[in-house]
Each structure stands twice: as C-alpha cells, then as structure tokens.
Design a protein around this ligand. Structure first.
Ligand code: PLP
Length: 823
C-alpha cells in the first residue's frame, strides 16, 4: 500500500480523528486486522473489525502494549490519549474505502474473478501462467470476502504490472461493496453453481449479483455453454458497454472454441481463437479442471502479448489444493511444504503457519527458500524485506536455494546456508543436519522443491489419510450459516476427531472460535490440554478414576447419574474449588445415559442448589432418529420432553444455563430447535444428510508398489478368488484390512480411483495389501490410488460394506499416517 499520514488515512475513511500530539507525525504503511499477525512495527494501522463471533475492539489494550500506535474503531469507549484513533461507524466499510483509495492510485491492469466455483484455482493458475510476462500482485490464499478483498488490494504497489483478485459473496448487496475495491478492467465469471445455495432466490439473481463486479470493466470472460447464464452476461455487457469474451466447447462463434480428447490422466485441448488454432496439454481430465483451464486460456489470450509462448506452461499446472501441506519429517521434524509459488505475500502467510506449528511442538524454525522471482523489486531490496519477515517470525535458520538468493548472504541475520540449485542441496544433504525443527519448504515451482521434501520426509507406510483443514473450516461455516449468530457450537472431537487426528483438528477449531470441544474420555481431553488447547472441553464419559485429571486439566464432565454427580462434587470439594462447570445429560428417548424423569431431575436440582462446588454450564439431550423423516413424531416427542425436563433445570438456578439437543443432522432438519447451542459432529467431517455444500475432508490413499501382467487362467490372492479370464494387469497396493480397509470390499465389491479412472479390487483383501485390476491403464509403481475422497465418497464405501460413514471414518487404523493440508 502507498504510505499515508494518519490525517490522510482519516480523511479517506471519513472518520473522526483523535490525535494526541505525540502521534501527529505517524505514517501508515501496513494494515493489521488480526492481532495474532502483528509484530511491533511503527507504521501499522489496526482496524478493529466486528464479526458475529469476534470483536477486534477487545484486543486494543493488548495491541497498544505491543506497540501499535494507530487504530480505526467504531466503539468510542476505547478511544484514549494513548494512541491515535480514527472513529468511524463501520470499520469493515472503512477498510474497504481505504482499499478502494489504494486501488485508484495504480494504473496497471487488474483482473477481477468471481463465480460460485473455481475462483481461487483460476486466480492461482493465471498467476502461474502469466508470471513470466507480468509482475503480479494477487489475492493470497482465497482472500475473497468483505475483509479479504480489501486486504488483498492493499497489497498493490508501484512495482507490479498486473493485479489478479477474486471476490466471493454470499448474499445480495455484498458485491456493491467489493466492486469499487477491485474495479477490474478484465473480468472473469467462473462457474455459477446450480443450487440456490447461499442467500439467493434463484440462480439468475445470484448471477446478476455477481456480475455487478464488472460494471466498469472493459472485457468480460465467460463460458457461453449454459444458455441462461450466457444470455444474462450478454445483456449485461450491452448495458455497460463491455466487450464480451466468450468461450465454448460447442459453439464456433465464441471468441475461443475448444475440443478435447483425454487419455491417461492428460487432456489435449484444441482451441480455435481469432481464426487461428492452438493445441496444448493439461494434466487433468475432470470437467471442472478443464473448465477452469479454458477460463485461463481466454484470459491469457486477452492479456498476453505473446499468448502462444505461454501454451507449454499449461502442462505444468498443478492442483491448487496441494499448496500447503504439513507432514512429519525425519528426526522429529515437521515439514510445511509450499512449493506452489513464491512471493512476499505468500511467504508471509507461510511463515505464520510455520510459527504456529513450531510453537505448538516447541520446535526450532527453519526456512528453505528459493529465489523469489518477478516481484519487480531490485534484488537487494527484495531480500532485505525477506530478512525482515524472517526476523519478525524469529526464524533461526535460513537455507537459500538459487543463484539470486545466494548472491546476498550479507542481508540475512539468521544462521544461514546457501546452495546454487536444488541439485546442489540434494548432493550435500545430511540427515542429521535437520533435527527437532519445523521446516518451511517454500520455492517457486521451477525449483522442484518436492525433491527436498522427499529427502526430509519420514518414510514409513505409504498409506495415508489426508485431511484437508480448509474443507473443515468450510464445513464449520456452512453449519454456522444454518444457525443464528448467537448460537454456540460444541465441536465433537471424540474418537480422534472421527478418525481425523484429534489435536490438529481441535487446534484449528479453537482458532475458529468454537465454544466447546467434546471428547469421549478424559484421556482425550488431557491430550488436547497438553497440546495447548484452551477451549472448554466436555468429557462425555467421565470415569471416577480420572476425576483428578479432569479437575487438574479443567475438563468438564457430562453428569448423567446421581452417583456420578455426588462423586464428582466430592472430588471438587477435596480440591477446595467452587463453581466447577458441569453439563447435565437428559434422556429423552435414546435410553442411553441421562436423567429420564421429572422426579430425577428435581432431585438433581435440589442437590446442586445446596452445593457451591458445581455450576451447571449446560443441559442437553441427544436425538435418536432425527435423520429419519419416518420417525419425526418420535423426534418431536424428544423435543417436548427436553423442553419439559430442561425447564426444571433452568428455573432451578438464578444464572443462565445453555440448552442443546441438535447434532449435525438435527441442525440440518430442525434448526428451529437450536436453543442456545448445537453439537456438530459428522457434518464437520464432510457428511451431510440434505446435500449441504460441504467439502470432502478426508482422502484415504496409497501408492502402487508393484504392477504385474497376468494370463487367462491365473488367479490372484488368498484362496485363488481373483480369476483372470483374459490378459490382465494388476496393481499391488500396501493397504489391507489392518489399515481399516474392510474385507467386504474385496472381490470386485470395492473400487479405487487410479489415473482418473475407477478400478475394481480383485481377489480377497489381505491384512496389509490388496490387488486392483488396472488392465489397460498403463499404471506404474508409485502411482497414487484413492480409496475414498473427492472421487469415491465415504457414503458409497459405507453402503457397500453395509455400515454408516461414522464407522468407515473411525475405522481407519492408527498406523495410517494422517497428513494435514491447509492453505
Ligand atoms: C457424537 C455425538 C454428537 C454428534 O453427532 P453427529 O451425528 O456426528 O453430528 C452429538 N451429541 C452427542 C451426545 C454425541 O455423542
């Protein structure tokens, strides 16, 4: 962002300035909205944003103490003489105004991307494709919200030559606010989903709202194959005098018309564009990737002077979800791989991930960094800024790879080593140089840093359960949007977070401000506390022998019997504590744990009224059949019993007591019964009863160990159950029933996804291995195999085995390594 005086900033956001003399010379260069990402520079301006669950005003005193001198606020009570304050009505709007002002100061082209799907992918791919020709500033991660868009646009500086920003909206009226912030010269409308999801009445209304981003654009790129959408776009282009740039898979009149042939995981695309033809390959075969590629192609042809030179780059595109992965490494190292692209903004984000991961496990911070290209900064200045970031995040060691970074050793203050190339690093690699460290491996794509990651990776079992943490956040937010903003959420993290690995998930949920975490037994709660989780934790099955642990680690029991209540009260008394929070379980029809009759509940209340040792934090019940519409009469009965029994409790005490009965399916089907809290389980992990737009969080996958050619008459596996009837190829994969691959999936019942195709399991599943029929696919050892994930749903696997998704998820054995992916 362009440097401003505090007075200028106040004028731009139309705020009232409170400026003690001591701060009158203050200059602003950086914007902070998250107190966790600030490090004591002089030129920061903090915007106290207000969300349904977070209020930036609460951090002002802390931030003043840590050295921030200027604040934009909307609550006048926080204004004091200890800093400069700009008082506005709405801090989010003020942030947008400042960003729009910054945007207006630059005259290089800006691309704006919106749509329901594909925004982030198209943005990242365009960045990859065009970064030789342009110096590009683009939205970090998927910063596309009312706050993310202004923060992205505030990254614009004079040294860039192209901006690429994405905008996402979830309700009418939002695009009006984002359009002036991005003000794109070239627009791209990506896929508009069919569902009337979000808060729109129709697909048409949704499209019209998204189009508002482009009112001042000169050109608009879109797919003309959906006639309704294309009609709306054409009318819009005429109304606002925009040059329409359409592409199509069938219509020769489009600006670009494509045909495609797919083979072995690669698609060859032929385009006719401007009367010329172009041919290129992409490493994808699925429809949505191809659609996103076509958007990129049209954009490259619109923006580049020599688009034909860019064609070979299309074959290098990689799936964007792979941008940042966290893995266990050798010698107690933790690896954070980010080899997708490399620039200052993404370095800064990756460093914050490194910091959080290192802090969690008390590890040293090490960064392996390649040359950073196409920033437009002179390299001395660039690496000085890199060093500043490394210092801010207290990185202890830098390993620089590349000719440019190696040319500036004097600019770096940490312990350092340099290598001219990735090859040079590989040659001198010593395993013992890396110990007890969190290692960020971040390089531009051409440096092929995956080789460095391979060296550092713990080579154990090749079979992994990959957990996409961004998808988890998405799913949490989908459920939040079904609930009132004030309704609290308990996230169920019992059974290793439904098999997904407890601590990582719990940490993330804490970061997302869920109100409670619930575990099955006390030991699971102790693990969370020892990993630094501070969110209140409820133990569903408290056992007497673990009461002392529960009290020491402040784990709150579910109280389901009088006996348990009395014993726990005694334990709290022995620790001389008062008002220890407990949760009263009511049995409204499940006939599992809990108090069932009004008399029992009255006795509980009478006991609790007489002791100050325990305090009722909440009372709850569990639904037995809310996923089944045929049982709705029963469910309604549960609701009325809950209302009757919980009233006895809430009326028994002078303080507020939270009531909750809904689980995931309950939130989907009976949101009107949300009371003050809901308990979210399977939905977080991606399973929806009513087709909510959830994302897949777990992928169970492995790697082919060996491929064999077999002749008719031969058989495969134990008991010779896999019969070969014509020339065949089989692949052996190191996944067996001991990993959680149910034996019922053998003999053609189960399938795997390999090289873009589904293939059947052949023969019986063994303890540690299984065989796939991969005839005709030309697979090789090392190829990846998915058993469930994006391509094969957990629901499908559960149906084939005759069980429910819960059992599939929690059945993946603990020896299968969990790998976390986080943007
Ligand atoms: C596991 C559990 C839940 C979560 O149920 P989902 O169907 O996974 O959402 C809610 N409440 C209780 C008491 C549970 O044990």
């Amino acid at each position: 962002m362009t440097k401003l005086s505090i007075k200028e900033a106040a004028e731009i956001v139309h705020g009232k300035l409170f400026l003690p003399d001591a701060f009158s010379a203050l200059k602003i260069k950086h914007i902070v909205t998250d107190s966790r990402t600030f490090f004591g520079d002089d030129d920061n301006l903090f915007f106290a944003l207000k969300g349904p669950r977070n209020n930036g005003h609460e951090y002002i005193t802390e931030l003043q103490n840590r050295g921030i001198k200027a604040f934009v606020v909307s609550e006048s009570e926080v204004v004091s003489g200890k800093a400069a304050f700009i008082l506005v009505k709405d801090t989010t709007k003020a942030l947008q105004k400042l960003a729009a002002h910054n945007r207006a100061g630059f005259h290089y082209p800006v691309v704006g991307i919106t749509g329901s799907n594909g925004k982030t992918i198209v943005k990242e791919w365009l960045y990859e494709l065009l970064s030789e020709e342009f110096r590009i500033v683009h939205s970090p991660k998927s910063y596309n919200s009312q706050v993310g868009v202004p923060l992205s646009v505030l990254l614009m500086e004079n040294n860039y030559t192209l901006g690429i920003f994405e905008a996402g909206i979830s309700q009418p009226g939002e695009m009006d606010k984002l359009a002036p912030v991005i003000s794109p010269e070239v627009g791209i409308l990506t896929n508009i989903g069919d569902a009337h999801q979000e808060n729109f009445q129709s697909k048409q209304q949704k499209t019209a709202e998204k189009l508002k981003l482009f009112r001042n654009s000169k050109k608009l790129i879109f797919c003309s194959d959906d006639e309704n959408t294309a009609g709306l776009v054409r009318e819009f282009c005429i109304q606002y005098n925009i040059d329409p740039v359409s592409w199509s898979m069938k219509n020769r009149d489009a600006f670009a018309c494509f045909s495609k042939t797919a083979e072995n995981g690669t698609t060859r695309l032929k385009a006719s564009v401007n009367g010329e033809s172009a041919e290129f390959d992409v490493p994808f075969t699925d429809d949505s990737s191809i659609e996103n590629v076509c958007h990129c192609f049209a954009a490259v042809w619109t923006l580049s002077k020599h688009p034909e030179k860019i064609l070979p780059r299309f074959s290098q595109l990689a799936p964007v979800a792979m941008r940042l992965e966290i893995k266990r490494g050798i010698n107690n190292c933790l690896l954070i791989n980010d080899y997708y692209n490399s620039d200052l903004a993404s370095l800064s984000i990756a460093l914050s991930v490194l910091h959080h991961q290192a802090q969690k496990s008390h590890l040293k911070k090490v960064v392996v960094l390649s040359d950073i290209r196409q920033t437009g900064l002179p390299s001395g200045e660039l690496y000085r800024q890199v060093n500043q970031l490394l210092e801010q995040w207290k990185v202890s060691q830098l390993i620089g790879v590349g000719k440019e970074i190696s040319a500036h050793p004097e600019l770096f203050s940490a312990e350092k080593k340099f290598f001219l190339s990735t090859k040079a690093f590989e040659k001198s690699f010593m395993r013992n140089d890396f110990k007890n460290s969190a290692v960020l491996i971040k390089g531009a794509r051409t440096f092929t840093f995956e080789k460095i990651s391979d060296l550092l990776q713990k080579k154990a079992h090749q079979t992994v359960l990959e957990i996409n943490l961004n998808a988890l956040i998405n799913n949490l937010n989908v459920f939040r949007s079904r609930l009132n903003p004030a309704t609290k959420i308990t996230a169920m993290v019992k059974a290793f977070s439904y098999g997904s690995g407890d601590v990582e998930i719990a940490k993330l949920l804490q970061f997302q401000n869920v109100d409670y975490l619930a575990v099955a037994v006390a030991d699971e709660g102790v693990d969370l506390r020892q990993a630094g989780v501070q969110t209140p934790v409820v133990v569903m099955n408290p056992e007497k022998h673990s009461f002392q642990n529960m009290i020491d680690f402040r784990l709150e029991p579910n109280i389901y019997s009088k006996d348990l209540m009395k014993a726990f009260e005694k334990a709290v008394a022995e620790n001389a504590l008062t008002a220890f929070p407990v949760h009263i379980k009511l049995d409204t029809g499940m006939n599992r744990l809990g108090f069932k009759t009004a008399e029992e509940v009255e006795e509980v209340v009478a006991f609790l009224q007489k002791t100050d040792r325990l305090k009722v934090a909440s009372t709850f019940s569990h639904l037995a059949a809310c996923d089944d519409p045929q049982m709705d009469a029963f469910t309604q009965q549960q609701f009325s019993r809950f209302e009757m029994l919980s009233r006895i409790i809430t009326e028994g005490f002078p303080y507020k007591i939270i009531r909750h009965i809904l689980n995931s399916a309950g939130i989907e089907r009976f949101p009107e019964k949300q009371f003050e809290m809901a308990r979210l389980g399977i939905g977080l992990y991606g399973i929806s009863l009513t087709n909510l737009p959830l994302q897949t969080i777990s992928t169970f996958k492995s790697i082919i160990s060996q491929v064999k050619k077999l002749k008719p008459g031969e058989t495969v596996g134990y008991n010779c159950r896999g019969k070969i009837t014509s020339d065949a190829e089989i692949a052996i994969v190191p996944v067996g029933y001991a990993d959680g691959m149910d034996r019922k999936l053998g003999n053609g019942n189960g399938e795997a996804f390999v090289k873009g195709k589904r293939v059947p399991v052949i023969g019986n599943i063994c303890m540690d291995m299984l065989m796939l029929d991969v005839t005709g696919l030309e697979v090789q050892p090392g190829n990846e195999v998915e058993f469930f994930g994006q391509n094969i749903s957990i629901l499908e696997v559960a149906e084939k085995v005759g069980t429910i998704p819960y059992e599939i998820l929690t059945g993946i054995s603990q020896r299968v390594k969990r790998i976390y992916i986080h943007e």
